[in-house]
Unconditional design. Sequence first.
Length: 119
Amino acid sequence: MIRVSLDDATVATGEMLTGRVHWTAEDERGARAIAIVAQWHTLGEGDRAYGVGRGTRVVIQRDQRNAEIPFRLLIPHEGPITFEGELVSIVWRLWVRVDRLGLDEIAETEFRVGARRRT
């Protein structure tokens, strides 16, 4: 089972998305690695677009059956920012994949990206 906890569900462009991924095996299969990726995609009319902000991959010991992984992922300065329109929306999500023998486990958690704050 994968649980994701974000320190803050709203970040600005150029800031770090931080939190923890908790994973516990529900059977005898261990994990090889855990990928944690901040990505965005469009919803709505027109062509679909998507992109990856930042990501990391953590290798797990072969016999390990649980893990707690803190993460810090930089949201790109150029965004895009989260947007909810009538024809198109831009959605950000944290995507987690536990690489296991057989079927992998996947979890997703949405978060918001706002405009960078001026100093």
